[in-house]
Design a binder for this molecule. Sequence first.
Ligand SMILES: [Zn+2]
Length: 122
Amino acid sequence: MEFTGQDLVYYNALIKVRNELSEQMRICADETLDCTNSEKRGVTTHMADSDTSRHEMRLQMLTEDGNVISLIDDAIERLANGEYGICMDCGEKISEPRLMARPYAIFCIDCKSRHEEMMKNR
Ligand SMILES: [Zn+2]
């Protein structure tokens, strides 16, 4: 698949985030494994605490915007279909600075803030 111009810029940004996340996930998975092993060996509560916070960090990474890696895959598909950068909610274009900061964004900043407000008020 070949991208040109701005599409290529977004594509590279997506791939970069994807690689970083995959790497992070791999490290997290390894550490979780290690922690489970140490637990079996009966280590202190202190270790268990750090295990929990790491686990929470990992969950946060997965839930902040849903599963980011699958969002990235979807974004690449939309890029190929020429539908990239369109807000899934209002259909407006998502601003370029927002896409550069979060290339996998599926909502424009207005809709995103509206969703966050709704979550808070739930
Ligand atoms: Zn929108």
